[in-house]
Design a protein around this ligand. Structure first.
Ligand code: 13P
Length: 278
């Protein structure tokens, strides 16, 4: 059943659980996410990013997810990831997304608040949830470089931001980064603890691929209720394809896709298991 993000995350936060948000870009990836959640009977967030619009339209992804929702009795959220454009957000709402992330993290603080408030107002009229981001998330590298640490979410700003925007969930920058980490990431737990005490909404961790499991578990215990995973799932699929292509003989595309999907399901299940059950 399709639900709004706040419904799923508020419950997860109260139970000190975390719900993985897995990125999708086509039929196979949506099926992989839903298969994993169905097998483990847990809620799940199907996340489609604005940057993936070149692969599929919002309408196409919404149709696939909505159709699949009929066969899925668990809670599912259809979430728009990292949207910077208002037209994408409006379009996602029209297509039936139940949650949107407005990413104004690149903007000055006040401007981020101003834009996020407009999104919250629009989402409220349509009864869907909003996630926003505060702090700079280095696109690739989780090293603890001084200039990167300067972009971490500030506790006082998080408090003001949540109060003034009334967002449902807040993505924080605490040493996490998208993509493949160059070294072992080292999350700033003291900062997370303080942010968690300053705001009472569920917190979101982007860039979860490659963060050691013990750090992810600690982050969950400190208020992370949504964990975004993309790279590790995508790589599991492409590695499976590479392995099959390295074998001799003819390999049909549908067999490649089937194998890639099976490997993606394994990784998604791994994340669900420790985020939701441990
Ligand atoms: P990774 O690709 O690093 O797992 O991050 C995904 C993400 O945060 C999507 O918003």
């Amino acid at each position: 059943m399709l639900m709004k993000l706040s419904f799923v995350l508020d419950k997860a936060k109260a139970e000190k659980r975390c719900i993985p948000a897995i990125n999708v870009y086509n039929l196979e990836t949506v099926q992989a996410v839903l298969t994993a959640a169905k097998n483990l009977q847990t809620p799940i967030i199907v996340s489609f990013g604005e940057s993936y619009l070149k692969h599929a339209s919002l309408k196409q992804i919404a149709a696939i997810v909505r159709q699949s929702a009929f066969n899925h009795d668990g809670s599912m959220v259809l979430h728009l990831d990292h949207a910077k454009r208002m037209d994408t957000i409006k379009n996602a709402i029209d297509c039936g997304f139940t949650s949107v992330m407005y990413d104004g993290s690149h903007l000055p603080f006040r401007q981020n608040i101003e834009h996020t408030r407009k999104v919250v107002e629009l989402a409220g009229k349509n009864n869907i949830s909003v996630e926003a981001e505060l702090g700079y998330l280095n696109p690739e590298d989780g090293s603890s470089d001084e200039s990167i640490a300067n972009g971490y979410t500030r506790v006082e700003e998080a408090e003001i931001f949540v109060k003034e925007t009334k967002v449902d969930a807040l993505a924080v920058a605490i040493g996490n980064a998208h993509g493949i980490y160059k070294g072992t990431p080292c999350l700033d737990f003291q900062r997370l603890y303080e942010i968690s005490n300053a705001v009472d909404i569920p917190l979101v961790l982007h860039g979860s691929s490659g963060i050691p499991e013990d750090q992810l578990k600690k982050a969950i215990s400190l208020g992370i209720a949504k964990m975004n995973v993309n790279t590790e799932v995508a790589l599991a699929g492409s590695e499976a394809i590479k392995r099959m292509l390295a074998q001799q003989g003819i390999v049909r595309l549908e067999r490649l896709m089937e194998n890639a999907q099976a490997e993606m399901v394994k990784v998604i299940k791994k994340y669900i298991k420790f985020a939701y059950f441990e």
